[in-house]
Ligand binder design. Structure first.
Ligand code: FDA
Ligand code: NAD
Length: 399
């Protein structure tokens, strides 16, 4: 059994959805484009885990179908159902998978009240578990995005939350201790407990296989009704290992999102691409990068002469409780805090080698977010860090 398409998108997540919409906008013909996804539903917006993409119905959707091997030389994909799908151009948009506790030596992840969160099926099961333990105790393992966002949702749903993570403060990959302590204080005022500097060592189960308690490496034991795990991700590169060049855990691409094979492009969480602003290759795990890299790859495939290098300013954001922050650029070098850390609008700039390279802002207006975006893109020279801190947002607004 075999089918052939001009364009195949492997993966059915955020980047796949945006790539398909871009192909449609640019007038690809019926029968030319196929999306293959392991998920049983068409691509959707992962952050909301709700909104669907409006894909034209002529795109061939091969859903609920895992690709189990790829033959780059012959330009063929083999699905778990035994079908061969060949392509002229392939876009790899396989994203990433959630890391499992088993990979850190803890077993028991498959218990029904232990939840991970990556796709729609995970989100549905998390909501079911949460509804079944109203007023109960949840342990959230991991102090990153999933940990912080899920802890807030659990509290709003009247569940007692304890967060456990190995670092000294939450969001350690991005936040400074000062930024982290602002949010941690608020979480604590809402009843969240933090256990830092330790990790899980084992689960205890009842006779039905449900987790009833967790044991931590520091010796403490916590009774639980449910566990949410957000301990990072691993890009889905395995189909292409040994066939395409990898870097930073992802599939290495050039400024046109093209891999080491020139009929294959990679976008989204799985792609390691050159970030011009930093002069180095990065793999980003955020939705804005997924959307924009997907669109750029399609432009590069359809109009190679007219399409330049992808020039991307990294952008991350989150919204929890009534908070809303945005970050642009790179959190490298020295952080300079500004604004009112006892109020609701504050931020930080990062200065590396005498230039502003990153900006964080909580509670800004549209104009203020635009100002920090522009300032970060311009990378202005900064000599006096104390003066920068005093000027705060005015620096970005007048740069
Ligand atoms: P994504 O993971 O979306 O899609 C990968 C697709 O490939 C899946 O459909 C998968 O099934 C499929 N696939 C993989 N291997 C396959 C195979 N062998 N065969 C067939 N199909 C295969 N970011 C942000 O900036 N702001 C935010 O607020 C959030 N919020 C957020 C919430 C939650 C719950 C999650 C899990 C993530 C976020 N993110 C986020 C991160 C953001 O969603 C992420 O960066 C993008 O989904 C990445 O898009 P991709 O398309 O690269 O991967
Ligand atoms: P993350 O990388 O943000 O955080 C992982 C956390 O796991 C670390 O902060 C650390 O505290 C913890 N950790 C690492 N090893 C551990 C161990 N052995 N035991 C206990 N804790 C450990 O990853 P995540 O929170 O799992 O998020 C998954 C992905 O989803 C990421 O790519 C993230 O960017 C994305 N996401 C993004 C957003 C957003 O941008 N607003 C929201 C949700 C998810």
């Amino acid at each position: 059994m075999g089918r052939a398409f001009v364009y195949v998108i492997l993966g059915g997540g955020v980047a796949a959805g945006y790539a398909a919409v871009e192909f449609a906008k640019r007038g690809v013909s019926h029968g030319e484009l196929c999306i293959i996804s392991e998920e049983p539903v068409a691509p959707y917006e992962r952050p909301a885990l709700s909104k669907g993409f409006l894909l034209p119905e002529w795109i061939e959707l091969v859903l609920g179908t895992r690709v189990k091997s790829a033959d780059v030389r012959r330009r063929k994909l083999l699905t778990a159902t035994g079908e061969t799908i060949s392509y002229k151009f392939l876009i790899i948009a396989t994203g990433a998978r959630a890391l499992k506790l088993e990979e850190f030596g803890v077993s028991g992840s498959e218990a029904e009240n232990v939840c991970y969160l990556r796709d729609l099926a995970d989100a549905n099961s998390l909501v079911n578990v949460m509804q079944s333990c109203s007023g109960g105790n949840a342990i959230v393992i991991g102090g990153g995005y999933i940990g912080m966002e899920c802890a807030a949702s659990l509290v709003i749903n009247k569940i007692n939350v304890t967060m456990v993570f190995p670092e000294a403060h939450c969001m350690a990959r991005l936040f400074t201790p000062k930024i982290a302590s602002y949010y941690e204080d608020y979480y604590q005022s809402k009843g969240v407990k933090f256990i830092k500097g330790t990790v899980l060592s084992s689960f205890e189960f009842d006779s039905s296989g449900k987790v009833t308690a967790v044991n931590l490496r520091d010796g403490s034991r916590l009774p639980v009704d449910m566990v949410v795990v957000g301990i990072g991700i691993r890009p889905n590169t395995s189909l292409f290992e040994g066939q395409l060049t990898l870097e930073k855990g992802g599939i290495k691409v050039n400024g046109k999102l093209q891999t080491s094979n020139n009929s294959i492009y990679a976008v989204g969480d799985v792609a390691a691409f050159p970030v011009k602003l930093f002069g180095e290759t990065r793999r980003l795990e955020h939705v804005d990068a997924a959307r924009k890299s997907a669109k750029h790859a399609v432009a590069a495939i359809l109009e190679p002469e007219k399409t330049g290098e992808f020039d991307y300013l990294p952008f991350f954001y989150s919204r929890v409780f009534a908070f809303s922050w945005q970050f642009y650029g790179d959190n490298a070098g020295e952080a300079v805090h500004f604004g009112d850390y006892s109020g609701s609008t504050f931020g930080a700039y990062w200065i590396s080698k005498g230039h502003l390279v990153g900006s964080f802002l909580e509670g800004g207006t549209k104009e203020e977010y635009e100002a920090i975006t522009n300032a970060t893109r311009l990378k202005p020279a900064v000599e006096d860090l104390a003066e920068l801190g005093r000027q705060g947002l005015n620096f970005a607004l007048t740069v």
